[in-house]
Design a protein around this ligand. Structure first.
Ligand code: ZN
Length: 352
């Protein structure tokens, strides 16, 4: 009988910290006890066998998103740049919240800085949390904050969210549309990538527009990583990766963390919860076929996007694993997809 053990899941992206605002000790303790409606909290992470992942720190844009319906899809006008002081305040608050969570969790969640830390957390059944910055809006052109955040534990930076900042331009949400939506990295953006390489901070290409992607690809000396994205050839959303981009990630021995968001996986782009798990599996199959089983992982976007009913929260991860097994992935492949590939890429990125 073949091994069907549920592998430990290491996930490329969640927005779960957002739910812990305003980030006092009492607020963050809710993660430990469980939060109704949250996709990831400690009890659900346990049920889904989550061993860790990238915990995004994100400064949100004021106001909501205005979705404009077009003839064949939709678009959201690009958000304005954030005021740097506002971005810094919001970023510090959320980072402080993660460290408070680590303290009140009594060892059940650890902020990890090395792959050895992650393996130790797995061994201790503690959640390994990578401090990730989704949009570097809080960092000035002097990169002083980058140095300090790195000392604090920052190990992953997405230069932009879907809005412009001093480093580059994000992709606005548009469907169907090309990710080639605007200018690439600025000079400050190029400095940021070089500084991340020097410090051993992962640079996440998620939400960069296509020119920004190629600028990172041409500059970085680390594997190219999209922590949460999907396949443009299946779902032609601006935030998804074209075949050329996917091939470049493969050639760099990088990784794509597959986003579970329904509007990023469904071929029709609809924000429809009634979406089967096969929609996610189709993206994983496509990527595995194109760049190999060693370069694909999960990048759920839990607590940041609409999830399918079939995978409402982390406790549903065993069902996704079952769906993948039914597509023919054996236990060795499952372990790679669930966490092995992430650890390989982190080892190659952080050790410098
Ligand atoms: Zn995101």
């Amino acid at each position: 009988m073949s091994d069907q053990t549920m592998p430990i899941v290491f996930d490329g992206h969640n927005d779960s910290l957002r739910l812990l605002a305003p980030f006092g000790a009492t607020d963050v303790r809710r993660f430990v006890n469980g939060i109704p409606g949250a996709a990831i909290d400690l009890p659900k992470a346990r049920r889904g066998n989550i061993g860790g992942g990238f915990f995004a720190v994100f400064a949100s844009s004021p106001g909501g998103m205005d979705v404009v319906i077009t003839v064949d899809g939709y678009e959201v006008p690009m958000a304005d740049p954030l005021d740097p002081a506002t971005a810094l305040r919001a970023t510090l608050a959320m980072m402080a919240g993660l460290f408070r969570l680590e303290r009140v969790s009594d060892g059940q969640l650890r902020v990890v800085r090395t792959v050895a830390d992650i393996r130790a957390a797995f061994g201790a059944s503690s959640i390994a949390a990578i401090l990730h910055l989704e949009g570097a809006d809080a960092i000035g052109p002097d990169l002083d904050a980058l140095e300090i955040f790195h000392r604090a534990g920052l190990r992953s930076v997405g230069p932009v969210w879907s809005r412009p900042n001093i480093f580059g331009s994000g992709v606005p949400f548009r469907f169907p549309a090309s990710p080639d939506t605007g200018p690439g990295l600025t000079e400050a953006g190029r400095d940021l990538v070089r500084a991340c390489n020097r410090l051993g901070i992962l640079v996440d290409v998620s939400h960069l527009n296509e020119r920004g992607f190629w600028d990172v690809a041409g500059l970085t000396d680390a594997p190219i990583v999209a922590t949460h994205a999907a396949v443009h050839a299946i779902c032609p959303l601006t935030r998804n990766l074209t075949d050329r981009q996917i091939d470049a990630i493969g050639e760099s021995n990088g990784i794509v963390g597959v986003n579970f968001e329904v509007s990023a996986t469904r071929p029709d782009g609809h924000d429809e919860r009634d979406t089967p798990l096969s929609a996610i599996v189709d993206h994983i199959d496509y990527l595995v076929e194109r760049i190999g089983i060693d370069r694909v992982g999960f990048g759920s976007d839990f607590d940041g996007a609409t999830m399918p009913n079939a995978l409402r929260d982390a406790s549903g991860l065993p069902d996704l694993v079952t769906a993948l097994r039914e597509r023919g992935y054996g236990q060795g492949d499952m372990v790679k997809l669930a966490h092995g590939n992430w650890l390989r890429v982190l080892e190659a990125t952080w050790k410098r």
